[in-house]
Design a binder for this molecule. Structure first.
Ligand code: IMP
Ligand code: MG
Length: 179
C-alpha cells in the first residue's frame, strides 16, 4: 500500500533537479539536433519532465528492454521488447533511463545504438546506484541522484508493475518486495 512507502526523494526535489539537468543538457546539445530516447517503461515520467525542461529542440524516440522479471535483481540477460523508429546514423543520442543498477541494460542499449551508427551515445538517468555496478556495466554521464543500494519505486519506477504513479521516489518497506 502506498501509505507504507517512505519518501526518499520528494516531488519538489525531483522537479528542481530535473530542471537543472534540462538546463545542462540544453547547453551541451544546442545546435546538435539530438535524439532523446526514452527507455520504457520506467523512464517515461522522468522523460516527459526532462524534455519540457529543455530549451533546445530534441527529437523523441522510445525503446524498451527487458531484463527483470518481477523480482528485485537483474537477470543479466537483456532483450529488446520495443525498438526505436528513427535512424540513429550520424546522430547524437541521449538514452534517458530511470535508474542505473548493474548497468547491463544500458551497456547493451548503448552498444546497439553505436553499432547502428550513432555519432555519440550518452546516458541521462534520474537515479544511480553506483555500488551495484558490475564489470562491463555502463555509467551514466548525467545523473539526477545517486542513492544507496535500496529498492525504490515511484515517479515511473515499479515493483512488479506497481507504484509507478507515485509523484515521489520512495522506498518499499522490507517484506513488501517479497509478497
Ligand atoms: P540494470 O540493467 O541492472 O542496470 O537494470 C536497470 C533496470 O532495472 C532499470 O531500468 C529498472 O527498470 C530496474 N531497476 C533497478 N533497480 C531498481 C529499483 O530500485 N526500483 C525499480 N526498478 C529498478
Ligand atoms: Mg527500466
Amino acid at each position: 500500500m502506498n501509505e507504507n512507502i517512505e519518501v526518499l526523494i520528494s516531488e519538489s526535489k525531483i522537479a528542481e533537479r530535473v530542471k537543472e539537468l534540462g538546463k545542462q543538457l540544453s547547453a551541451e546539445y544546442a545546435g546538435k539536433d539530438p535524439l532523446f530516447v526514452c527507455v520504457l517503461k520506467g523512464a517515461c515520467i522522468f522523460y516527459a519532465d526532462l524534455i519540457r525542461a529543455m530549451t533546445c529542440s530534441v527529437q523523441f524516440d522510445f525503446i524498451q528492454a527487458a531484463s527483470y522479471g518481477n523480482g528485485t535483481s537483474s537477470s543479466g540477460e537483456v532483450r529488446i521488447v520495443k525498438d526505436t523508429q528513427a535512424s540513429v546514423v550520424g546522430r547524437h543520442v541521449v538514452l534517458v533511463e530511470d535508474i542505473v543498477d548493474s548497468g547491463r541494460t544500458l551497456a547493451r542499449l548503448s552498444r546497439l545504438l553505436r553499432e547502428r551508427g550513432a555519432l555519440s551515445v550518452r546516458v541521462c538517468a534520474l537515479l544511480d546506484k553506483p555500488s551495484r555496478r558490475v564489470p562491463g556495466g555502463v555509467d551514466a554521464e548525467y545523473v539526477g541522484f545517486s542513492i544507496e543500494d535500496l529498492f525504490v519505486v515511484g515517479y515511473g519506477l515499479d515493483y512488479a508493475e506497481r507504484h509507478r504513479e507515485l509523484p515521489y521516489v520512495g522506498v518499499l518497506p522490507a517484506g513488501e518486495a517479497n509478497e
